[in-house]
Design a protein around this ligand. Sequence first.
Ligand SMILES: NC(=O)c1ccc[n+]([C@@H]2O[C@H](COP(=O)([O-])OP(=O)(O)OC[C@H]3O[C@@H](n4cnc5c(N)ncnc54)[C@H](O)[C@@H]3O)[C@@H](O)[C@H]2O)c1
Length: 339
Amino acid sequence: MLKIGIVGFGFMGRMHFRHWKLVPDTRIVAICDANPNILADTKKAVGNIQGAEGEIDLTGVGLFSSLDEMIAKAKPDAISLTLPTYLHAECSEKALSQGVHVLCEKPMALTVTDCDRMIQAARQSGKTLQIGHCVRFWPEYAKAKELVDSGQYGRVMAAMFQRLGAPPGWSVDNWFIDEQRSGGVALDLHIHDTDYVQYLFGMPRAVCSHGVRNAAGQLVHMVSTYDYGDERLVIAEGGWGMTGTFGFEMSFNLMLEKATITYDLTRKPMFRVCPSAGAEFTPEVPAGDGYLREIQHFAKVVRGLPVEDVLTLEQSRNSVRVVEAERKSISRKEKIMIR
Ligand SMILES: NC(=O)c1ccc[n+]([C@@H]2O[C@H](COP(=O)([O-])OP(=O)(O)OC[C@H]3O[C@@H](n4cnc5c(N)ncnc54)[C@H](O)[C@@H]3O)[C@@H](O)[C@H]2O)c1
């Protein structure tokens, strides 16, 4: 039985809580959150994607406000670290150094230097550190990667990704809107697609990005082109400047030589393969959602069981590195070389 702690019980903490409940031979023993009103707050709606909402039964779960105290008293084998991004590096290091495996939400950290510290802490501890890049595990994104890698539809000629929403307004002190604590729209939201682009195609040679700032000077919308030194066109657009009842949307279109693979969270059917010859179809996808599948993957790694080669710490670090280049490209208004 794996004993699990959840550290940070906001939107993602509750999402992880619900998904850990579905993993056999695991038990949530403790929750840590600094918010003294956390129990009342769990009854409020939170987040921009389904899965975290509804009543939460905390019977038999220890409640703590300090990570050190939680580790000392509840002795979890592993934690979901679902704290605001500016705390990822410090708290991952702390837990790893005390012998606790860590599933840390994305982005890995605010800077590449902090990511390197985390990688070193994981190596020194011998414990597992995994970053919650759930899009790599999202069933349709995982299937699309499989179809591209199979080569059955030829090479990718163009790949377009989009992720749009309203500003994240659910956190208690609105830390998301503070770029010093969240990294802003580029590191918090758009990194999902930056990371998936890296998963599909490897590290780009260079990036060229453009962005729009709001009246407060914060980046709210951006578009990046990833240069692979060949003809292929790879573009990702991300923004949290949408207003009113816009909601949340994520989508991609992969134009291959012999098929278009297309996904849109708001469309029915969401996922389609449209071959140049023959009828379109919706491929079968793995069961569960990206959150469940990343947690199942992590639990297997912790238990020493074989897993598919989905992500490494270096890749999670490199996604932060590419986002740093994208932000630099926007401020300098020029293409930034990466390798
Ligand atoms: N994978 C995804 O799809 C996805 C979606 C949203 C957010 N995220 C990431 O998840 C992380 C958390 O985001 P969120 O939306 O859950 O934020 P949130 O603000 O809803 O939750 C953070 C929680 O941490 C608590 N907290 C803050 N400081 C603390 C401390 N020092 N000790 C203990 N608790 C503390 C807060 O009280 C809050 O309950 C971020 O890194 C974010 O980028 C990932």
